[in-house]
Write a protein that binds this ligand. Structure first.
Ligand SMILES: Cc1cc2nc3c(=O)[nH]c(=O)nc-3n(C[C@H](O)[C@H](O)[C@H](O)COP(=O)(O)O)c2cc1C
Length: 198
């Protein structure tokens, strides 16, 4: 395995997207650096019933397994590699991405390590994938998503597809996770390509 990936998790609904994505990411990237907002952990407690907070955060608590290649970074600490453009990595995914965080990134408000790392991706022209989740969208959200796309980010809504006939919640979630992995250039076997025999 090679490659370094930065993953942001925010307080949008859909903590399960982060959990499912990180489990796959750990299999494909040598190093996965995770920045979880305070609200991300509170949503993970609410939605998944996890006993996780900023003090005890670990892959064991969030993902149910220890992964040696997943490192959790302090969102308030700028003295970490992804805060600087001099650190080369293979991209950043924010999953799920709240409209608050999307708005801050779109307007260059680098007020924590997550938004700063995303800002660095845009300025260094690195891949930035934002798995946004909100419904319905107001005009501010729409303008935010347009600005992010214009700045080079990939807006990939947490919008599951059903043509693969997902049966469980996890399978539905994985239709989104598969698209994120594809965007990162990862060969994934989770969901096949439409009308292609593999
Ligand atoms: C259970 C729950 C679900 C939420 N779902 C969403 C959502 O789907 N999208 C969104 O933009 N914000 C959602 N929010 C609000 C965000 O958590 C809130 O705006 C927060 O400030 C986001 O901070 P962060 O982006 O730093 O994580 C939700 C909050 C809670 C408690």
């Amino acid at each position: 395995m090679t490659g370094k990936l930065v993953v942001g998790i925010t307080g949008a609904s859909g903590a399960i997207y982060a959990v499912r994505f990180l489990r796959y990411a750990a299999q494909h990237f040598a190093q996965v650096m995770v920045i979880a907002s305070e609200h991300a952990l509170s949503v993970a407690r609410t939605e998944l019933g996890l006993d996780v907070d900023a003090r005890n955060l670990s892959s064991q608590r969030l993902l149910g397994t220890e992964y040696a290649n997943i490192h959790f970074l302090n969102p308030k600490d700028y003295f970490t590699p992804p805060a600087s453009g001099s650190f080369r990595h293979d991209g950043m995914v924010v999953i799920p991405c709240s409209m608050g965080t999307a708005g801050r990134i779109a307007h260059g408000v680098s007020d924590d390590l997550l938004t700063r790392s995303a800002d660095v991706c845009l300025k260094e022209r690195r891949k930035l994938i934002l798995v946004v989740r909100e419904t319905p969208l107001n005009l501010i959200h729409l303008r935010t998503l347009t600005a992010l796309t214009e700045a080079g980010a990939v807006v990939l809504p947490a919008s599951p597809s059903f043509y693969s006939r997902p049966y469980t919640l996890e399978e539905a979630v994985d239709t989104v996770v598969a698209r994120v992995l594809q965007q990162l250039g990862v060969e994934q076997q989770i969901v096949g390509q439409w009308q292609v025999d593999e």
